[in-house]
Each structure stands twice: as structure tokens, then as C-alpha cells.
Design a protein around this ligand. Structure first.
Ligand SMILES: N=c1c2ncn([C@@H]3O[C@H](COP(=O)(O)OP(=O)(O)OP(=O)(O)O)[C@@H](O)[C@H]3O)c2ncn1[C@@H]1O[C@H](COP(=O)(O)O)[C@@H](O)[C@H]1O
Length: 115
């Protein structure tokens, strides 16, 4: 996928305030993650995952934690918390895909092939 437009809401249908439209948010988030991987800015949490001394274990641990938190929220029927933890989980999964040089096209292709 293209790395252009990372962080600037340039997916074509973004509002002028730079926040991506809901249907573009995964693409814009992934473009931002790819940009952080490339540029490694010091103040970026995403960049800290790519540069972490634990290597990929840092993001794998976060995926484990966020999965557990999502499960606990579901067991509690706490839908707001489930949504919040699911967003944390998806974000960290996208970081993992990027770390492994996969992208949203790979994920979309796999899901589409299951229809
Ligand atoms: N979507 C996310 C995102 N989701 C989660 N996180 C971070 O993931 C970390 C999760 O930590 P924790 O497990 O402690 O979760 P918590 O929410 O703090 O607390 P609990 O889940 O334990 O209740 C926090 O530091 C969050 O800030 C994210 N950090 C960044 N992004 C996106 O990435 C973009 C770039 O961010 P930077 O790399 O920081 O510039 C941002 O603009 C966002 O769009």
C-alpha cells in the first residue's frame, strides 16, 4: 500500500481537520504506522514498539494483554470497555502486521477468500 498521506488524513475522503473519515480510518492508521516504522520519531509510542529492546516480543506481549482485557470486558458485558480494548487490540495487530512486512491488503485478501 502507499505510504503517502500518513498522519495527514489524505485518504481522499477525509474531512479538512485531518481526522480520517470512519470508512478510511484503518487505511489511515496503517499508513501512520508505516510512517512511524520508517521515520522512528522519538515521541511516538508506535516508533517505540518498532525500536523496542525486546524486539517483536514487545508488541506480542501487548497483544496478549489487550486480548485478555477484551475478554474480561466481554465477560462483564461492559460494551464501552470492550470497544476500547478492541481498538487497542486492532491497533497492536496492525503494528504486528507492519513489523512482519504484511499489510491491510494481505488481511483483506485473507478475509475475502473466506466468503
Ligand atoms: N491507535 C493507537 C493506539 N491504540 C493504543 N495505543 C497505545 O497503546 C498503549 C496501550 O497501553 P496500555 O495497555 O497500558 O493501555 P491503556 O489504554 O493505557 O490502559 P489499559 O488498556 O491497561 O486500561 C497506550 O500507550 C496507548 O496510547 C495507541 N497508540 C497510537 N495509536 C495510533 O497511532 C497514531 C500514532 O501514534 P504515535 O506513534 O504515538 O505517534 C495515533 O495517532 C493513533 O492513531
Amino acid at each position: 500500500m502507499s505510504d503517502d498521506g500518513a498522519d495527514s488524513g489524505e485518504s481522499g475522503d477525509a474531512p479538512s481537520d485531518g481526522v480520517p473519515a470512519a470508512d478510511a480510518v484503518l487505511d489511515d492508521l496503517f499508513a501512520t504506522i508505516e510512517s512511524r516504522k520508517r521515520e522512528l520519531p522519538e515521541d511516538s509510542y508506535t516508533a517505540s514498539l518498532f525500536a523496542h529492546e525486546k524486539g517483536e516480543n514487545a508488541v506480542l506481549e501487548k497483544i496478549g494483554e489487550e486480548s485478555t482485557e477484551a475478554i474480561l470486558a466481554a465477560k462483564d458485558d461492559d460494551l464501552e470497555e470492550l470497544t476500547y480494548e478492541s481498538a487497542d487490540l486492532v491497533y497492536h495487530l496492525l503494528v504486528l502486521l507492519s513489523m512482519k512486512d504484511l499489510d491491510l491488503a494481505d488481511l483483506r485478501g485473507e478475509l475475502r477468500d473466506r466468503f
